[in-house]
Write a protein that binds this ligand. Structure first.
Ligand code: CP
Length: 329
């Protein structure tokens, strides 16, 4: 039997005519999750499986003439290291500034458009983390080479995080019919927002958004889910959903954003919550974490967040190959 991923194996069945206007088979930049049609997801996940084998044998030199630039205006551990490792495992090279706000001409008030035009004449692909929602889109509008959004603003998106999140779930079980709790500071949660868009592509998915009322998921996502017939509920207590969900996607809540800090315990995963979860549930977290995910959870077989971060390497390698090949056509 072919190891190729098909839409049936992926468990996907949303009607193509409900998809947004993005090109179903081509990706030039990756700015938001809505761009990722089912054919693109299938291609990406097939390539990611292949990258697992490439990494197991130490990498490839196939992209030795290609250069990745990482332009991060905000801190990052996982995303920046992961993209740089991905390019190096492909044989390519990396140009980087780890704190673009301080070490690039941003300090001289240079606009991102000018920076991107220049960097795009040196590199073949640019990964940007920008402080403003829409910053990556501005970059893509002027870039001569593919731009990847590595997180824009508060309440923007982080589409490659959502891709590796979805890939991690897909490696464990079919995506169709999933019941997923997305927990945390959802109004400004880039990863939660991007993941909600991706989950909406799969039939019979149900999403529980679990958050303090004042930090709940914003109406743009809820309107999108309504328009695509995706079931969801808004909840204010993880205990109310924990027994029925297949996946808990936990994210941070900054204590200063809640009225009563004692409330944070209603959203935390600890041994008490673990005891109530399904025995085969999956626990994901994009990291970094604070009090919402107790370290005692790490040894539980359902805790997949370190595997999830590791999967980012395969997914980002696959994405780079798709963007670099398409850019040559
Ligand atoms: N998950 C994530 O985006 O982590 P970093 O902020 O460390 O890149």
């Amino acid at each position: 039997m072919s190891s190729m991923l098909t839409s049936e194996k992926l468990g996907a069945a949303r009607s193509p005519n409900t998809e947004p206007k993005h090109d179903a088979t081509r990706l030039h930049h990756l700015i938001e999750s809505q761009q990722l049609t089912l054919p693109l997801l299938m291609e990406l996940f097939n390539r990611s499986r292949g990258m697992e084998r490439v990494v197991a044998r130490g990498g490839t030199l196939d992209y030795q003439n290609r250069i990745l630039a990482t332009l991060f205006y905000r801190p990052s551990t996982r995303t920046r290291f992961c993209f740089e490792a991905a390019m190096q495992r492909l044989g390519g090279r990396v140009l980087s500034t780890e704190h673009a706000g301080a070490f690039s001409s941003e300090v001289e008030a240079e606009q991102i458009e000018d920076s991107i035009r220049i960097i795009g004449s040196y590199a073949d692909v640019i990964v940007v983390r920008h402080p403003e929602a829409g910053g990556a889109k501005r970059a893509a509008q002027v870039s001569p080479v593919p731009v990847i959004n590595a997180g824009d603003g508060e309440g923007g998106q982080h589409p490659t995080q959502a891709l590796l999140d979805l890939y991690t779930i897909y490696r464990e079980r079919p995506l169709v019919g999933l019941s997923v709790a997305i927990v945390g500071e959802l109004d400004k949660g880039r990863t939660a927002r991007s993941l909600a868009y991706l989950l909406a592509k799969f039939d019979r998915v149900k999403i529980f958004f679990v958050s303090p009322h004042e930090l709940q998921m914003k109406s743009d996502i809820l309107d999108y889910l309504d328009a695509h017939g995706v079931r969801y509920e808004l909840e204010a207590d993880i205990e109310r959903v924990i027994r029925e969900v297949d996946v808990v996607y936990q994210t941070r809540i900054r204590p200063e954003r809640v009225r009563d800090r004692k409330e944070l315990q209603r959203y935390a995963i600890n041994s008490g919550v673990l005891a109530k979860m399904k025995s085969d549930a999956l626990i994901l977290h994009p990291l970094p974490r604070t009090v919402e995910l107790d370290k005692t959870v790490d040894d539980d077989p359902r805790a997949l967040y370190f595997k999830q971060a590791a999967n980012g390497l395969y997914v980002r390698m696959a994405l780079l190959t798709m963007l670099l090949e398409r850019d040559q056509e």
